[in-house]
Ligand binder design. Structure first.
Ligand SMILES: Nc1ncnc2c1ncn2[C@@H]1O[C@H](COP(=O)(O)OP(=O)(O)OP(=O)(O)O)[C@@H](O)[C@H]1O
Ligand SMILES: [Mg+2]
Length: 357
């Protein structure tokens, strides 16, 4: 298979330390000076703190990251750190505070689905498909910037290059440093994109600290978080019926009660489904009851990967998730090949009420 990563940036632009890496305290009065021109949207400070959810008080590491965000940037920022540290909250507040209405937030899964739709069904070339997606956007928040496979890597590489060329301010959040993206055999092919990210984006770490999903403070009891993880014997389920999703793909489910869906683990995670189908479900359901979930320590790699994607999508779309499983969610940690998204998935599942039946 030939993969075409866009060439790395060759304009010889200087590499400059990010505000955080250059040290020193960052305040609105004393903003760090950039050698290159600041992106116009970041030329003046914005009051990110006023855009935070009501009642949320930043911890010290979050305040440092917030100050680093609110500094001048040439092309954008890459905010990374452990799960549940408030990266999405901070990035969304920042996006909201920037002086433009032409802003767009995308979640990795939505973005790839839309891009693949343009490329596949509409048969548009990649640059035009990207233009269609980012359009007249002046700032793009790319939440959860992860690269799990080589196809996503090609799209991400093209996206980074595209937004850079269009002068779009890029705000990315990730659990990984740029250098950690796409580990494994394809990593070397992604290095030019990593270089591009490191040279053009200010890389901001959000320090160690609480995973707020595991504290009451971070747990709203609505949407996804209103759900539950119940350890129980599997009950009787009706035979599957098929929902006709986009692209002629059929999704097996056990029941549909209005906008609440019941499906088994095998239906959704052991069928040849992907994030596009999970998004399709999430756009039509306010709740998913996932039954017959086995002890995940024995689940195979593919099924676990699908399960992690399913949780990602439901969490991002704030769809309630109620699970009936043979073992606690944490059993996933003892799988033969634990998924790379293990911590991210467990952090999201920690928001669910626990119980046995
Ligand atoms: N300082 C805080 N006090 C209370 N709750 C907080 C605080 N910071 C974040 N939270 C809450 O913690 C939860 C997780 O935050 P967020 O989704 O921004 O984390 P994240 O760093 O993006 O995690 P991930 O890497 O898993 O995507 C949210 O419900 C958020 O409102
Ligand atoms: Mg996040």
């Amino acid at each position: 298979m030939t993969i075409a990563f866009p060439e790395g940036e060759s304009a010889g632009l200087r590499s400059e330390p990010s505000p955080v890496e250059s040290g020193g305290s960052l305040t609105h009065e004393k903003r760090p000076l950039l050698k290159g021109a600041a992106h116009p949207l970041t030329a003046s400070p914005v009051d990110l703190a006023t855009r935070l959810p009501e009642g949320l008080t930043l911890d010290a590491a979050q305040r440092a990251a917030a100050q680093a965000l609110d500094a001048p940037h040439r092309h954008g920022v890459y905010l990374y750190g452990p799960v549940g540290r408030g990266k999405t909250v901070l990035a969304e507040a920042y996006l909201d505070a920037l002086p433009t209405r032409r802003r767009r937030r995308v979640h990795m899964h939505d973005f790839f689905r839309d891009l693949q739709g343009s490329l596949g069904a509409d048969r548009i070339p990649l640059p035009q498909a990207l233009d269609r997606l980012v359009g007249r956007t002046r700032v793009l928040l790319f939440d959860e910037f992860h690269v799990d496979d080589v196809a996503d890597a090609v799209y991400l590489a093209a996206t980074v290059q595209h937004v850079r060329e269009r002068g779009i301010l890029l705000v990315a959040t990730s659990n990984e440093t740029p250098a950690e993206l796409l580990p494994g055999v394809w990593h070397e092919r992604f290095v030019p994109t990593i270089d591009l990210i490191e040279r053009h984006l200010d890389v901001i770490p959000i320090g160690e600290g609480a995973d707020y999903r595991r504290t009451d403070a971070g747990r709203p009891a609505i949407g996804f978080a209103a759900g539950s993880w119940i350890v129980a014997d599997p009950g009787e389920q009706p035979p599957p019926t098929l929902l006709a999703a986009d692209g002629g793909i059929e999704i097996p489910v056990r029941a549909q009660d209005g906008d609440r869906i019941v499906a088994s683990f095998d239906d959704l995670c052991r069928s040849p489904l992907g994030t596009a189908q999970y998004l399709w479900l999430a756009e039509r359901a306010t709740g998913l009851r996932l039954v017959d979930v086995p002890d995940l320590s024995g689940a195979d790699r593919e099924a676990l990967l699908r399960f992690c994607h399913l949780v990602d999508v439901l969490h991002d779309r704030d769809v309630r998730l109620d699970v009936r499983a043979a073992a606690p969610a944490e059993s996933m940690s003892s799988a033969a090949v634990p998924p790379r998204a293990l911590q991210r998935t467990l952090s999201r599942l920690a928001m669910l009420a626990r119980g046995t039946a």
